[in-house]
Design a protein. Structure first.
Length: 243
């Protein structure tokens, strides 16, 4: 009996050792998996934090609804003579924001059927600080429009300027935010005002610049939607391309 009991004890020892080894493997594997998940969580957290910091430092422009819109009605008398078809436009350099002039040109070239003369071409005909520009009175802008249309052989002139208040720090000093306003005046070869408008926008400047292509898409979509609302296409002032 004693021999058999001892035999059973010794036979059970390998089983207990095997179970112990199995539990050891399970515990080790669990620790490895838990550690991997923790490391992955830390990496994800670090990535999310980095993205949040980058977002807080990025620049962007927000365009708001147009204000103080005005459109000249079509002249009902002698329609063919007073309302000739508009086929071309000259975009004057934009006072206060040269980049906005480039955006206007790109938008007009892509969205309308007009032949567009860019600010670089117009600059040869008029100084950016000309006293008859967008900041001047209506009579001076009228004289400027007549001169530009004659010298460049275009039907209309787009005079514009950007004004705004000084920028102030935002987002714990990582950005500078300022309110701006784009003033637009579309005039024909007779110096007659066809359309005037004001586009408020917020300019936020940070360490990371916003892609210009993204700004251009937002700007064009915003302006052309407003053009449609004012029926500038139907009036013939800004004839839109047929898609």
């Amino acid at each position: 009996m004693k021999v058999m009991t001892l035999t059973r004890i010794f036979d059970a020892t390998p089983a207990r050792d095997g179970n112990r080894q199995g539990w050891t493997c399970v515990m080790t594997l669990s620790l490895v998996v838990t550690g991997a998940l923790l490391l992955q969580g830390c990496a994800a957290g670090a990535w999310m934090a980095a993205m949040a910091v980058d977002t807080m430092k990025s620049s962007h422009i927000t365009f708001w609804p147009f204000e103080q819109s005005w459109v000249a009605p079509r002249d009902r008398s002698n329609h063919a003579m007073r309302n000739p078809q508009v086929t071309s436009i000259a975009v004057l350099p934009v006072e206060g924001d040269p980049e906005m002039g480039a955006r206007l040109v790109t938008m007009l070239q892509q969205e309308t059927t007009l032949r567009v003369e860019s600010p670089s071409t117009v600059r040869a005909a008029v100084s950016e600080t000309d006293s008859r520009s967008a900041q001047a009175e209506d009579n001076n802008r009228s004289a400027l429009a007549k001169e530009i249309t004659r010298d460049l052989g275009v039907d209309t002139v787009l005079v514009s300027r950007v004004t705004g208040s000084p920028s102030h720090p935002s987002d714990w000093g990582w950005k500078a935010e300022g309110s701006r306003r784009l003033c637009l005046y579309l005039m024909n070869h007779e110096g007659r005002l066809l359309w005037k408008d004001q586009l408020p926008f917020t300019l936020v400047t940070g360490g990371t610049t916003q892609l210009e292509a993204s700004v251009q898409v937002d700007f064009a979509h915003h302006v052309m939607r407003h053009v449609k609302m004012l029926h500038l296409d139907e009036l013939g002032y800004l004839p839109k391309k047929i898609s």
